[in-house]
Design a binder for this molecule. Structure first.
Ligand code: URA
Length: 202
């Protein structure tokens, strides 16, 4: 057990929201505690609710392919969601549910301490790129502190709107370069913090 895996039974016992009662299984998240990249989705769907694991349905299969396209395996990254319980009938998560679940996600981020957070879809984008529009900022990065934030469409978008598949694949392929280009800047203490903050990598 670790501080990260210690969180899982706490999340599984959480009843802060109504969906804590309607879910089959809570879906805390999974992956490497030492992951450089953390993917954050929206909320569990039917498959995830059954299995208690994130991104295991059709959108998850596409996410696995995307992760493989940059030479990584699912076990090498960390995958979480903004909301840990399935909203019924696949409705969007409510603001109160996002707020109630925030401390779990923030704790996971603190413990994994990734170099890069990849937001998948509107709900996780809103946390780090508030007020932005996904069609405008997908495939772009910003740095705050020592974490790079990179916005992507949700992989499920490709399943519903086939024309987005190419954009999603192309955005994913940018990730290794964004990570590599951002790394030296993080190690340059002489660069003023404010300048680093404003850096827009794409
Ligand atoms: N969609 C999400 O946002 N998260 C999952 O875990 C599965 C589908």
């Amino acid at each position: 057990m670790s501080a990260l895996t210690d969180l899982y039974p706490q999340i599984q016992a959480c009843r802060r929201c109504e969906i804590g009662y309607s879910r089959t299984k809570a879906v805390p998240g999974e992956g490497s505690e030492h992951a450089e990249i953390m993917f954050i989705g929206e909320a569990p769907g039917w498959h995830e609710d059954q299995q208690g694991r994130p991104f295991v349905g059709p959108a998850g299969q596409f996410l696995d392919q995307l992760i493989a396209s940059i030479g990584l395996k699912r076990e090498q990254v960390y995958i979480a969601n903004v909301v840990k319980c399935r909203p019924p009938n696949n409705r969007e998560p409510l603001p109160t549910e996002i707020q109630n679940c925030k401390s779990w996600l923030d704790e996971q981020i603190k413990l994994v301490h990734p170099k890069m957070i990849v937001t998948l879809g509107r709900f996780s984008m809103e946390k780090y790129f508030p007020g932005k529009t996904i069609s405008k900022i997908h495939g772009t990065a910003k740095r705050e502190g020592d974490i790079i934030y990179f916005a992507m469409y949700h992989p499920a978008a490709a399943l519903h709107q086939g024309n987005l598949r190419k954009d999603i694949e192309a955005d994913m392929l940018k990730i290794p370069r964004v990570l590599a280009e951002a790394a030296p800047a993080v190690q340059e203490p002489e660069k003023p913090a404010e300048q680093q903050k404003q850096l827009n990598l794409f």
